[in-house]
Design a protein around this ligand. Structure first.
Ligand code: ADP
Ligand code: MG
Length: 721
């Protein structure tokens, strides 16, 4: 009897039959402990009883038969040709098998080997023959005697054959069983999950095939359960370590702001605002992820949240990933505040409507500033200097500060930072969250992270398990979906023609240049070349250029020209990926679109069709792989970011999705976050429930040990006090 925790300490080389020599390939493949080996589960199972007997094998259809090698021989009639011929038989008949240029068969299938042969059987001159079958060795002579009706086929590891692994697993299991179960029994019975011991037994050596799924379910549940436990502990830890404070939103500013908008909030926006307000009232700090499609109205919600803090005398920060975006946010928020008559004197009277006289100078006014590498400005003092702005932030004069993520890294001191909003989670990691806390004088501000990257709920549950998630799943009314078409390179003229038409109608266009990974320099150079080429192709249009090698002020200059309509076509690298809002832009052409990931394409597409006019996205690509073709087809088929994210996950697999490495998803060996959603949800509820009752897992020591043993050092800090 040995717990999984214990088995995670026993090296595979201690399995008697393996020894150090035979275990080398396993170790090399990362299967270092007995626990690892037990998670190396069969790739498939062969049911001896349902395989046709050789005397009744159907002809000319795909079949799998089980038989023994009776004779095997290889000849080389020509220099570049080898022919391996074998005779195989079961109790009923025998059959000829032939392989071309697979001379290794001679060695891997010695006489006496029992194997499953899959392929088509044909009849030639009355003789049955199977040509180039796929072979699974079931065991050598000795092994096949002990195997039962169902033969597990483990994935080969290096030079270690499936049957050898099977034998090692058998020995390991015999020595370890019964494997005790640390998961509370009532949790298991409620979901109809079998015991851990039975699960390991059945996954490797099922008595019948219908035993496999329940075994797998249990092991998958355990993987999720451990991961979710660590996330629950992490969240708990953050809460315990945090010194938050309860805001007391009065709606004095936020309510006025919302009422001043020229539209009604959508139901989803209202719901999310409630969720945020609820968090703000709690004494512990908010850690909330706000997801919503580009254009779903996250910014409006974020501003309302910031104002809820400002009402109580706190400051707010709004951080964007780039300078261009920070400027855009500043302009956007300033405009929204002005609309709601929450601006101080200099901006107070929009288009001379005499609002001043209504409110005078003693109406509420929100002071907002922007501070980035290249910009310092404020809505209450148009000519403010950088030094004065920094002083005003420190004294509390500034209510809301907009900046880049660098805000928290630079020497900016707040007077009383209460709410921080971060646009785009992607580039804002955990370490930055820690710095943010330091910025706020060891008091944790409430944190709202906005992302337009739609993450399937299952993934956000695992990736951001320590964050609460709000989703704006409803678009403001009146949006028409962006029409998307794929063009081959030969058809590119159609794209330029379309741009010409749209510009003729007073609209604007983006052309996104090919992605050059890891080399912003080369990317910039190719964008510059493309700019020159397109300027030549469309001489009557004003073609602009923006890329990552420009200085921030230069970028901002180009963007404001584009915003002002002084540029018709903006040739750009992916610097425009996030958040750019030019309502008059209606066409986006993406060159070599097959090089982009699905979520990136979707992000880019979100830049058009944001105004009154329907948008169009033209993907120029000659996809060279099936994956790329699938991605492009998915883009053309739907505008729904969640569907695309799901699709992306399916195409790329969970192992490669962004940021997954440090998230624990990489530790999932059997579990699949798309297929096993129900188990994930169950495991998550159970894990969070346990940690709620027993925050340090002191009453569940075996579980605590198992999380540490299976998830390794990355979770060690959770258990330190
Ligand atoms: P996101 O930040 O999610 O990309 P924004 O907050 O920038 O979206 O909103 C996109 C556009 O939609 C803005 O011009 C905004 O004023 C507008 N908008 C936001 N909410 C609504 C609404 N409920 N009804 C109509 N328009 C809205
Ligand atoms: Mg936005």
């Amino acid at each position: 009897m040995a717990t999984l925790t214990r088995l995670a300490e026993v090296p595979v080389s201690e399995i008697k039959w393996l020894g150090p020599k035979n275990s080398a390939p396993l170790v090399k493949a990362g299967i270092t402990t007995v626990a690892d080996l037990l998670h190396h589960v069969p790739r498939t199972y062969i049911d001896r009883s349902d395989k046709p007997r050789l005397d009744r094998v159907p002809l000319d259809t795909e079949v799998t038969i089980i038989a023994e090698i009776k004779k095997i021989n290889t000849r080389r009639p020509k220099k570049k040709l080898s022919i391996t011929e074998a005779v195989i038989s079961d109790e009923t008949a025998s059959l000829d098998v032939i392989w071309f240029n697979q001379a290794f068969r001679q060695k891997s299938l010695p006489v006496g080997t029992e194997a499953a042969f899959s392929g088509k059987v044909t009849s030639r001159n009355g003789k049955l023959q199977m040509s180039t079958p796929v072979v699974e060795v079931l065991g050598d002579d000795e092994e096949s005697i002990v195997t039962g009706r169902i033969v597990p086929v483990h994935p080969q590891v290096g030079s270690l054959k499936p049957w050898a692994i099977l034998r090692a697993v058998r020995i390991a299991l015999n020595r370890s069983r019964p494997i005790p179960d640390p998961v509370p029994a009532e949790m298991l019975t409620r979901k109809g999950l079998i015991s851990r011991d039975q699960a390991f037994g059945d996954i490797h050596f099922p008595e019948s095939l219908d035993r496999v799924d329940p075994a797998r379910d249990r092991l998958v549940y355990d993987e999720f359960f451990r991961l979710e436990l660590s996330l629950a502990l992490q969240k708990r830890r953050q809460m315990d370590d945090a010194t938050g404070f309860a805001h007391t939103p009065t709606a004095e500013l936020a309510g006025r702001f919302v009422a001043g908008l020229p539209y009604e909030l959508t139901g989803a926006q209202r719901r999310v605002l409630e969720e945020i307000d609820q968090d703000l009232r709690e004494p512990h700090p908010m850690h909330r992820l706000l997801q919503g499609e580009v254009g779903s109205g996250k910014t409006v919600v974020a501003v309302a949240a910031l104002l809820s803090g400002v009402e109580g005398g706190w400051q707010g920060a709004l951080m964007a990933p780039t300078e261009v975006l920070a400027v855009q946010h500043y302009l956007g928020v300033t405009g929204l505040l002005a609309q709601a008559e929450l601006s101080p004197e200099p901006f107070a009277a929009p288009s001379g409507l005499g609002m001043d006289s209504l409110f005078g100078s003693d109406g509420p006014a929100v002071h907002i500033g922007i501070l980035t590498g290249g910009t310092a400005a404020a809505n209450y003092r148009p000519d403010i200097s950088r030094a004065d702005l920094i002083a005003d932030i420190a004294s509390g004069q500034v209510d809301i500060l907009v900046g880049t993520h660098a805000l928290i890294q630079e020497g900016v001191e707040f007077h009383k930072l209460g709410v921080a909003v971060v646009d785009e989670q992607h580039r804002f990691g955990v370490s930055q969250r820690v710095m943010l806390k330091e910025k706020a004088d060891a008091i944790d501000p409430d944190l709202l992270i906005m992302t337009a990257t739609p993450i399937p709920r299952t993934l956000s549950m695992t990736l951001y398990g320590d964050l609460d998630v709000s989703i704006i799943d409803e678009m403001p009314p009146g949006r028409t979906p962006v029409e998307t078409k794929v063009l081959s390179r030969l058809e590119e003229a159609l794209a330029w023609k379309r741009i010409g038409e749209e510009v003729g109608a007073g609209r604007q266009a983006f052309v996104v240049c090919p992605l050059v990974e890891d080399s912003p320099k080369i990317e910039a150079a190719s964008a510059t070349a493309e700019h020159d080429r397109l300027s030549g192709l469309m001489p009557e249009l004003r073609v602009g250029l923006i890329h990552g090698q420009l200085r921030p002020v230069e970028k901002e200059a180009v963007m404001s020209e584009f915003r002002a309509g002084e540029i018709d076509v903006l040739v750009a690298t992916t610097v425009i990926e996030v958040g750019i809002d030019i309502p008059n832009a209606t066409v986006m052409v993406i060159e070599d679109a097959d090089r982009f990931g699905l979520s990136q394409l979707h992000q880019l597409r979100g830049r058009v069709g944001r105004g009154r006019y329907p948008g169009m996205c033209l993907l120029i690509a000659d996809p060279a792989t099936e994956d790329a073709e699938e991605r492009l087809a998915a883009m053309a088929a739907t505008n729904d970011g969640f569907v695309l994210a799901q699709e992306d996950l399916r195409i790329r697999g969970q192992g490669t999705v962004f940021g997954v490495r440090q998230s624990g998803v990489a530790d999932l060996k059997l579990a699949n976050i798309l297929r096993d959603v129900d188990l994930l949800t169950a495991a998550r509820n159970d894990a969070f429930g346990i940690v709620d009752q027993d925050p340090g897992l002191t009453n569940h020591p075996e579980l605590a040990e198992e999380v540490r043993a299976m998830l390794g050092e990355s979770v060690e800090w959770l258990f330190k006090s």
